[in-house]
Design a binder for this molecule. Sequence first.
Ligand code: ZN
Length: 373
Amino acid sequence: MMYRIEVVEKKRKRKLIILIAIIIPILMALAVFSGIKVAEHEYLSKRENIMNFSQEKNYNNAPNIPNNENNNSSEEEKGNNNQSIVNNNKENEQTNTGETSKQNEVDQQSSDTNEVNQQPSNQNESGSQNSNNEPEQNQNETDTQNPSNPISQNQALTDSQIKAINSIYSSDTKRVFLTFDDGPSSTVTPTILDTLKKENIKATFFVLGTMVKSNPEMIKREKEEGHYIANHGYSHVYKKVYENENKPLEEYNKTNELIQNALNDPTFQSSVFRFPGGSNGGYYDDIKTKAKKVLEKNHVAYLDWNCLTNDSAGATTEEEMLKNLKSTAKGKNSVVVLMHDAPNKKQTAKTLPKIIKYFKDNGYTFQNLYDIL
Ligand SMILES: [Zn+2]
């Protein structure tokens, strides 16, 4: 009986062992399998993450396309902005052109004056203080009003004529050149022309392109009455005029064309340029120095001044203007006077008779650029 029991137990043990032997490998296999699954899952998860990352990158890139488009549209906007700037500039120019732009003129004049006070005139051969720098003009045009004038303003200046301009401050006899900048205006220029006519004096007008556009009939009158029409550029905006060394010539050409239109004379050459603010010193001195060479190559002379009333800034009364005039003309044989016939310079026109009287009383003869070309 005991033996049978033992045999049964042995059989159970065997079965158990067999079961265990079968189950363990199965469990192990399952474990390995599940391990692989886990690993695979992890791998897949990682891969998924990588893919997601890539997709994220792609996503980020995707907006880059629109961004690029945005950039393009930004460029377009920039373009539009530039256009706006151009348009604004045009508006400003147009504003400057009109006589309503008195404040602009005043501002520009003030700037001029500041520069003027800083710069000595290198054209002042006499070596006297050239606190006033402004250019005059050579009218080469046939001047029927001035039959004694041998110069035709339909020809480019010769080297000797340019030299004559450059040596204007040197003279054995007392002479004075009255010059008026920033016009013509309908409010001030006619009064000045009336006074000059009455006194039989020929002057030089450094006209501004924007103003020529507005008052072409004044250019005609100046020319017909024997005055020299010189060139003060177009915009009088320093940033534009002195953007680079070629700009002064460009402004000269633009204004010269407007003068030609006003005179209905396509061959007219104003030939003498006056740098806004003067040809020396100031923030744009380097550009001005280079621009002079560009002008010279193109047979355009430039002229500053060696006397001024300071009507462009500061002097608003007859007393102040005469005081400035006398102090800057003192001791000079050859005087180039800077004045302005911009729309707001009525006091200049009012003071002109006394200015003329001062020079007459002191033995000066009145000349314009025709007389030295
Ligand atoms: Zn000016």
